[in-house]
Ligand binder design. Structure first.
Ligand code: TLP
Length: 345
């Protein structure tokens, strides 16, 4: 059966070029900084993100946790959106492992938090209060359908953070998608944060890995945090080699994924039983609502899976579809045909 995999851009499989690079990778013990391939990946990432240094980590979750633990002491508090991936889908790692509390604020549909709410969320120096230690942003915003935070908004948060002497950590799991939408280099977005986490294993197609980037001093401290978390890998050049291919070859093609997402959204907007405004789709994530009284999100997911079109329900009424390297224009047209058949039949 033909399968169109829209559950996540994490589902991408390494390309032949990646597998060849992995096979041929020169390696060494990365814990002692001796893996030339990891070193090359970290230098490349730092350069693309406009930061002094970068650190290769096993996952986005580990990258964010490394970032938060490196910025914050025990007993401090992190301001972030209630739909920030760090808050809702990373097992409360900073609380469990770092003694750090979260101050979740409402996310608007565009992924932003109201500036006044952020300012209110920053704790005054009262003896009773936890000290605010960090602000986290997410760009593009996963739960908000891949919405992109604009540079102007990020600059306003930066100004606020500076006024209060607070650092910003950017969960840029899909930073390159955001930069492609904004049509600016990723470094321009990353410049508005102190530290940034980017995933290689999402739309960029690598099998494993993320990078955390920041100042040389921050990354030296993050390296120790990573070691504490058990993330010191040895001959990690084997997987870093795929990451280099991801950064060199798969950044410029992200617009294709965005065009496919848009095509999917436009197609679904015309179908009965589904509700979506295609204009809100900016990157590679499409959240679509099922009309009340027709198929529920779960029924839509199950019945389309029987036809080979895979995606997930994210609430009783909404499903999420994600385009990526392994989904073609023709896959989208075929998926839309299957949906038409199910919903119009
Ligand atoms: N997102 C995944 C998971 O939620 C399943 C997905 O399919 O979208 N930040 C953001 C914004 C993310 O979307 C994710 C993963 C992560 C961090 C964590 O990355 P990993 O999965 O590598 O730990």
């Amino acid at each position: 059966m033909r399968i169109v995999e829209l559950r996540s851009d994490t589902k991408t499989k390494p390309t032949l070029v990646m597998r060849e690079a992995m096979f041929a990778a020169e390696v060494g013990d990365d814990v002692s900084g001796e893996d030339p391939t990891v070193n090359r990946l970290e230098e490349l990432a730092a350069e693309m993100l406009g930061k002094e240094a970068a650190l290769f980590v096993a996952s986005g979750t580990m990258g964010n946790l490394t970032g938060v633990l490196t910025h914050c002491r025990r007993g401090t508090e992190v301001i972030l959106g209630e739909w920030a991936h760090i808050y809702w889908a990373e097992v409360a790692g900073a609380a469990a492992l770092g003694g750090i509390s979260y101050r979740p604020l409402p996310n608007r549909p565009d992924g932003t938090m109201e500036l006044a709410r952020i300012e209110d969320g920053i704790r005054p120096p009262d003896l009773h209060y936890a000290q605010t230690g960090l602000i986290c942003l997410e760009n593009s915003h996963n739960r908000m359908g891949g919405a992109v935070l604009g540079l102007e908004y990020m600059a306003q948060v930066r100004e606020l953070a500076d006024a209060h002497g607070l650092p910003i950590h950017l969960d840029g799991a899909r930073l390159f998608n955001a930069a492609a939408y904004l049509d600016v280099p990723a470094a321009e977005v990353a410049a508005l944060a102190d530290s940034v986490q980017v995933c290689l294993s999402k739309g960029l197609g690598a099998p494993v890995g993320s990078l955390v980037a920041g100042t040389a001093d921050f990354i030296a401290r993050a390296r120790k945090t990573r070691k504490m978390l058990g993330g010191g890998m040895r001959q990690a050049g084997i997987i870093a080699a795929a990451g280099i291919v991801a950064l060199e070859q798969h950044v410029d093609r992200l617009q294709e994924d965005h065009a496919n997402a848009r095509l999917l959204a436009e197609g679904m907007a015309a179908l009965p039983g589904l509700e979506i405004d295609p204009d809100v789709v900016q990157t590679n994530i499409v959240n679509v609502r099922t009309t009340p009284g027709r198929l529920t999100a779960e029924q839509f997911e199950t019945q389309m899976a029987e036809r080979g079109v895979l995606f997930h329900a994210i609430s009783d009424s909404d499903v999420r579809m994600v385009t990526h390297l392994d989904v073609t224009h023709s896959d989208i047209l075929w998926a839309l045909e299957q949906m038409t058949d199910l919903l119009a039949g």
